[in-house]
Structure formats: C-alpha cells, structure tokens
Design a protein around this ligand. Sequence first.
Ligand SMILES: *Cc1c(COP(=O)(O)O)cnc(C)c1O
Length: 413
Amino acid sequence: MTTPSEHPDWTTTGFSTRAIHAGQDPDATTGAVVPPIHQVSTYKQDGVGGLRGGYEYSRSANPTRTALEEALAAAESGGLPSTPDGSPAARGYAFASGLAAEDTLLRAVLRPGDHVIVPDDAYGGTYRLVARVFGPWGVEHTPVDLTDVDAVRAAVRPETKVVWVETPTNPLLGVSDVAALAGVAHEAGALLVVDNTFATPYLQQPLALGADVVVHSTTKYVGGHSDVVGGALVVATGAQLPGGLASPAGGTDVAGAVGFHQNASGAVAGPFDAWLTLRGLKTLAVRMDRHQANAAAVAEFLASHPAVTEVIYPGLATHPGHELAARQMRGFGGMVSFRVGSEAKALDVCARTQVFTLAESLGGVESLIEHPGRMTHGSVAGTALEVPDDLVRLSVGIEDVEDLVADLERALA
Ligand SMILES: *Cc1c(COP(=O)(O)O)cnc(C)c1O
C-alpha cells in the first residue's frame, strides 16, 4: 500500500485546477472522487458537543455545501497573496439564490441611516431589493453611472457604506473600472461589492482588483445548465465592516458577519443544489471559452445586419468599455444586446427565433433571447434604471455557431 499523497496548494494552481479540485478531496472513507450529496439535516455527536468535523445541523453547515463554498472561494482567489497565517485569502458562502446572498450581505454590513451607491443599470432584482426592501428599513441609495468614476466620487456621502458594482452590467453591458472604484470606495470608508455573475470568476477576479466582496447568482454561468437556482458571496478575509460596525457575533470582519447572518437568517443552499452548482463550476472555463467565441461571432453578424441599429458587446472595438474590458477581463463573455429601432420589432424578433429560446435568465448551455423591458427588467420600469424598449438581450449558448447565426438571420428577415 502506498500512503495517500497530499494535494498541492490549490491557491498556486490555475483556474480550472482550482475549480475542479479545491474543497473536493476524494471522500476519506470510500475514495469517491466527487463530493457526495449529504442529504441530511443533523449529525451524531460523540458526547455532548463532540462534533465530527464541526457539523451539527445543516443550516449551519453541510459537507456538500462546504465543498461548494471552498471551491467558489478558491475560484475567486486567483492573484490574491496568501495570508501570513496560511488561512484562505477569501471565504465562500452559498445561498438559496443570488438575491438571498445579496439580502444576507446587505443585512450584515448596513444599518438604518446608511447609504448605498448602485449602478444605474443594475440587475433589476438588485435594485428592487435595495430600493423597496431596504428603503423602508432606512437605507438610502443613489443610482450612478459607474463607468464615470468622478460621478461615483461625487455621489459618495459620509453615510455611504457600500459601492455596488456590476461589470459588465445587465442588460446594457456597461464596463466599469473595478480597481478605480475600489479606490473611491475605500477612500470613503465604504466596501466595494462586485456582482460577478456576468463575467464569472474565470473571466474576471474582482478581489485581486481590490473588491471586498464578490456576489454571484450561481443560477447563471457557474451552474451553467439552467437546472438550479443559487447564489454565493466570496469575502476577502481581511475586509472589515464599514464605519467601525461590529457583528452581532462580535468581531469586525465582513466574513465573520456574513457567516453569522448566513446561519442566523438561514437562506442557505440545499445539498442537492450545492452539488449541482459544484458540478457546473468544474466545467466553467471550457464553457466560457465556447460561450464567448460564439458571442463574438453573433455580435459581428448583428453588426453587419441592416435591421440592427446598435450592437452592444464589450468585445467590439466600438464598445466604449472595450479597452478597459480587455485589460480587466480574460475575455468578453457570452452576453450580447442589440437594438432594432422599435419595441414592436424587438418583440417580433423575440417571437421568431427557433434555436434561441424565449426565456428569462442566462448563462446556460442553451441560447436564450429576451426583451428586457417587458421581462427581466419589468420591475424597474419608470425608474432611473428603465431600459430602452427596442432592446433585445441574448445569452449566447454553446450550440454550433452556424445554427445560432442562421436562427437570428431568419428572425430578423
Ligand atoms: C440573476 C441575477 C441576480 C439574482 O440572482 P437569482 O439567483 O435570480 O436570485 C443577481 N445579479 C445578476 C447580475 C443576475 O443576473
């Protein structure tokens, strides 16, 4: 018999090696190479308080969820220096949905009277949460164009505790400078939070650019197969709560406060959802490579089509954020938006595709088409976040690109 070998330090390996292995050592008892679905609520104690591996009750911790949380933290930790005591540079927390993750984060770091800067084309659900759930609890917000760093600096108030960033944004694919915004937020004593759902940790690593917290709807590219709803937070280990705030659990670090609130509010990912998400994460890099190759071809086709008045894709040299995206990201992603001149024409295109499925959401292997004004962004109609009514959004899948282009050609004819 040979003794089992130690695994390498995953923080020193490449993205896919981390995504496939971190937190996912073969099962100690059976050697199963994939973490089992621990479909269980409670754990036998070896005498009162004698927990095995720290597991007590599955709201507090569950081994399948732990595997996902460690893998997500490792995936987002590229480029981060390891901590002096050898503890992880970031910690992951998995939730029942992206919005559950956002809700838990905002409860952990904000108090009544605080102020949040939000993107003026934020994900509609994020805006609704900030404006209509946290607003009545005394949290104020200002929508700002985050591509304008000076405008963000001008919107900062003494009460500003969070600068919330999406880049690229949904659905207008605006690109903002994470490192510059981190500078503005930290000068103001606020946290920089980046919703990295569109870019994914493969294409963009906000923590290495200075962000304190990364948010994911793992429902999208991380899960990647349109079969699970989930969310995650990845918190830089050193990040401190803004304004000298202390966590109800004691301590002043963001990670500790988020861990406390995850358990205290309980919007956790279930074991099967965590397992599906972990399975998706393993193939994220290969899927993203194909998503963005297909998206680039689709964007080029649309740019040459007479019925299309504007194509919005960060990979096009005509996109105002093209150079920044090229610097800040490993690639330009799989989302493409375009305009066709009128709402009636946009609705018509959405109704006529056959390979692109008319549906909300994004990031799955299958291509989707939608009308943001009437679908995903219906909840922000009449606000500063309203989107143009002739806009069509594509989540370009990993099918054969000739079929995707032919489908759009037919729908636009
Ligand atoms: C979908 C989405 C969310 C919300 O996530 P859910 O999993 O639907 O709760 C947040 N941010 C972005 C950018 C999204 O696309």
